[in-house]
Design a protein around this ligand. Sequence first.
Ligand SMILES: *Cc1c(COP(=O)(O)O)cnc(C)c1O
Length: 400
Amino acid sequence: MSEQTLAIHGGKPVRESYLPYGTQWLDSSDTQEVINVLKGDYLTTGPTIEQFEQKIADYVGAQYAVAFSSGTAALHGACFAVGIQKNDQVITTPLTFAATSNTILYQGGDVLFADIDSNTYNISPKAIEALITDKTKAIITVDFTGQPVEYERIQEIAAKYAIPFISDSAHALGASYHQQKVGPLADMTMFSFHPVKHITTGEGGIITTDDPVYAQKLRDFRSHGITRDLKRLAVSDQPWYYEMQSLGFNYRMTDLQAALGLSQIKKIEKFLAKRRAIADKYNEAFRELDLISLPYQLPDTNSSWHLYVIRLQLNKLKANRTEIFQALQKENIGVNVHYIPVYYHPYYQQLGYQKGLCPHAETLYQAIITLPLFPKMRETDVEDVITAVKKVLYYYEVPS
Ligand SMILES: *Cc1c(COP(=O)(O)O)cnc(C)c1O
């Protein structure tokens, strides 16, 4: 069989080994920092946490940063801090990982999904405004793939209706909008340190904010709602006294994780440069390929390129997304799909969400494929992805 026979039809795959869509990049400097903490006095809630928080706050240009055991826990903290409770409505995007809207449900809130903009794939500011009622308690946006949302417009809407603006920036550490880093552009901003994200702590997440009241609520929330701050205690007549003033969780990050994060954040510029270089390569290689649409970037934004999402032009192809996805997998390219619209999941369906709710997100979902993109990718890995995408798409092209 020829080189061009698809692996799914028995041909030789473009790659021998499977290339994942994303993975961490650790070296001996990272592991050494973790070992140093293991040999010290604090495994958790020690001095490394505060150092890590300060580093992230400085990096994004925020006043405060509060670290959590995961990005999801951090976002839950933000929902608590703005006071979401039963019957409150919170507006968010359907094109995200389920964790974003789950954190609203944890607090008993109702999730209102606002449709996306078909160019940027980010939540549409118009769609947000159309959903606002006197029950709206917060807006949670997602910088999908690392492209910042339209912060100025969403800030305006949040200010006009006096609604807190929370950003799920799990994809967007290091991204910038109008020359400003993502972080201080919302009232609270979450970053995740899961291994596929820009830097990793194994599991971990953080909220950055400029608001001292939010920061304090977040600190209480991650540790059972307990405070030992003398100024805030109702009673302080005993030397051992502390108070549980709200219902919090054990959502603390360990010092081991913070040590890994401190080591990783030193490499953020290198990681971002690698991601951007790979995205540039893909853009260049696929520019002439009219069987797909490439990621669109808003002017004056700089994506952090967590993901590279191609959109198939299904009317020019003889196969659907599933067949093309499977063909690429067989070439040993670890393609993925981000995301299944959240309300398609059985849990949300059972809550009463109906298909058809967000038509732009649903139409997009039929046609998207995420290509591998991570800083440790070698040049040959990038070339393999390009070769495989062209091989598969040209095979399925409708002759004109
Ligand atoms: C990764 C991710 C999360 C959750 O972060 P974890 O650290 O895995 O809990 C939330 N939202 C989005 C958009 C994500 O990509």
